[in-house]
Design a binder for this molecule. Structure first.
Ligand SMILES: [Zn+2]
Length: 218
């Protein structure tokens, strides 16, 4: 089933412009692997960005960059090539391709650590100002009620959860900021596994003009 909760336009636009910081780009790329609607939207924004660059300096943007990205986005997730033998152990079908590069192993083989009533694995620890984590919540468990200092972007990989803003299942993205006080509850029946990125306060709240700058190369 296709995702119902999508990243905001500002995030898709920044992703298309190549200006998102790596942890956020990872969430978006992983969502795109699961969401035809946002793949189409990013392709449209890429084309728009290319057209704007072409218009700006009169010379066409090198085509092959955009085409490579579009071609990659067109590849269905199911068509992921088999891992080279003996190289990558235990490719996990729950992990879309963009995320695989960041995991040495399948989800169950990761070194999970207990954290406030749930389990987590830190990824990309060198990314300044961001926490990038896989979270695992037992079926039917309520996460601690919390607000956010900055922005939290959460992508569901397996299972699901519900909070005041709705139900989130595989591929869905939840975007929360300091104004959101919520207590997500994991669905019964299956561990809820999420990719969650939190950033420093105000990181995502710049004016729209800032998001357009990468296209304009100011
Ligand atoms: Zn989407």
């Amino acid at each position: 089933m296709n995702p119902k909760h999508h990243p905001g336009d500002d995030l898709l636009m920044s992703y298309a412009a190549g200006s998102l910081e790596e942890p956020l780009a990872l969430v978006i790329a992983t969502h795109l692997a699961l969401c035809p609607r946002c793949r189409d939207e990013v392709a449209r924004l890429e084309a728009l960005g290319g057209a704007m660059l072409e218009h700006q300096d009169g010379t066409p943007l090198a085509d092959d960059g955009v085409e490579r990205i579009l071609a990659r986005l067109d590849e269905p997730e199911e068509a992921a090539p088999a891992a080279p033998s003996g190289d990558v152990v235990d490719i996990d079908a729950r992990v879309p391709r963009p995320l695989r590069d960041y995991l040495a192993t399948g989800i169950d083989q990761l070194e999970w650590k207990s954290f406030r009533g749930l389990e987590k694995v830190e990824l990309m620890t060198e990314a300044n100002g961001f926490h990038t984590r896989l979270m695992r919540i037992k079926p039917g468990t309520a996460m601690p009620a919390h607000t956010h200092e900055g922005t939290e972007l959460t992508l569901v990989l397996a299972g699901g959860f519900s909070d005041a803003s709705g139900h989130f299942a595989r591929g869905d993205v939840a975007e929360c900021d300091a104004s959101v006080d919520h207590q997500p509850i994991a669905d019964p029946g299956e561990d809820c596994i999420c990719l969650a990125v939190t950033d420093a306060p105000l990181r995502l709240t710049g004016p729209v003009g800032r998001l357009l700058n990468p296209f304009l190369d100011i």
